[in-house]
Design a protein around this ligand. Structure first.
Ligand SMILES: [Mg+2]
Length: 146
């Protein structure tokens, strides 16, 4: 299957960096404008699970960068190279996830066309037991066996 995987909130922990930024700088700052995306921590289980999936599936990273910070586009590419180097040439920048053609979309947001994705959308949420990487892998294995 062709699987698209979002970055922030799915494989990279933007929320944690964002909270840390606000703790230091106060609520006035907009973390998306300042956070160094190269330094985001991987979300628990993400690297292992994406690597596992890559053995049997065609994986792409599909992420929406802040469009007014082109520097971040490169930072995302560098993050991929550090944590999932085999995907460094499979990075798609888009705010229209509905335009992607494939089987599965793993994404924590619903505001970038995710509900209109033509395949199956796994609505990820690292804080929920049934929406984390373990649950996602289990869900995909059920689709594999259909
Ligand atoms: Mg996201």
């Amino acid at each position: 299957m062709r699987i698209f995987i979002d970055m922030d909130g799915v494989i990279s922990d933007f929320e944690k960096a964002s909270n840390e930024y606000q703790r230091i700088h106060g609520e006035t700052g907009r973390p998306g404008k300042y956070v160094d995306y190269r330094n985001l921590e991987p979300i628990s289980g993400a690297i292992f699970c994406v690597t596992e999936l890559s053995f049997n599936h065609d994986i792409f990273i599909a992420t929406t960068p802040p469009w007014d910070r082109p520097k971040v586009w490169g930072e995302k590419r560098e993050w991929i190279e550090e944590h999932l180097p085999f995907l460094k040439c499979k990075l798609i920048l888009t705010h229209r996830k509905d335009l992607l053609i494939g089987d599965i979309l793993i994404d924590d947001s619903r505001y970038r066309g995710q509900p209109d994705f033509q395949g199956e959308w796994f609505w990820f949420n690292k804080n929920w037991k049934n929406k984390n990487w373990e649950a996602c892998l289990e869900w995909i294995s059920k689709l594999e066996n259909k």
